[in-house]
Design a protein around this ligand. Structure first.
Ligand SMILES: [Zn+2]
Length: 207
């Protein structure tokens, strides 16, 4: 069994007049987070952690902020793409640990509900998802929300997924490729919605 680790970071400024969504959870708060998409910094950081764990680039690789298609997008779309990428690479999530840093709203009172939502979106049990709230003591961070995420992946057992593809280091065998193609062909996916393009690791993340 092989394991991989991924690290994600994101930040967004608070803005009047937009809804606040963190971890896919709509939160009653006078301000939301500015961004090209819905500004859900936690889902963006989780997406980056997952993609990073399988060396698949970052959120800007798949969803360039210059593309008007993603304006106001529901960030669960980004997460779904990252989940597909780790499955294609032959991995599944062991657990993730998240830190949200902001003055307001207070995260602790809503952390349990947020964990349930994130676990649901990722198809995980509650004990695989940790979300911690911190206030930015001593940091000049008024009006900004920050998220850090670390994720651990483990390889899928043979036979657990017909979609297993080897990463760059190990070449897939013919039967791996055949099984992956058969599996992908059997599960229709809307590839056009993914907005894929050549990796660009220096893309600004405005999502
Ligand atoms: Zn973002």
């Amino acid at each position: 069994m092989s394991m991989r680790i991924g690290l994600g970071f994101d930040s967004h400024a608070f803005k009047e007049g937009v809804p606040l969504v963190i971890g896919g959870l709509k939160i009653d708060h006078p301000q939301g987070l500015a961004g090209h998409s819905d500004g859900d910094l936690l889902l963006h950081a989780i997406t980056d952690a997952l993609l990073g764990a399988v060396c698949a680039g970052d959120i800007g690789t798949f969803f360039p902020p210059t593309d008007p298609k993603w304006k106001g997008a529901d960030s669960t779309v980004f997460l779904e793409t990252a989940l597909e990428e780790i499955a294609l690479a032959g991995y599944k999530i062991v657990n993730l640990d998240c830190v949200l840093i902001m003055h307001r709203p207070k995260i602790v009172p809503i952390a349990a509900e947020m964990r349930e939502r994130v676990a649901d979106l990722l198809g995980l049990e509650l004990n695989q998802v940790s979300i911690k709230g911190k206030t930015p003591e001593g940091l000049p961070q008024d009006g900004t929300a920050v998220a850090h995420v670390v994720v651990l992946l483990e390889s899928l057992d043979n036979g657990e997924s017909g979609r297993k593809l080897a990463l760059h280091a190990d070449r897939p065998t013919e039967s791996d490729i055949e099984a992956a193609i058969t599996s992908i062909a059997a599960q229709p996916r809307d590839i056009s919605a993914l907005g894929r393009k050549v990796p660009a690791f220096d893309t600004d993340d405005l999502t």
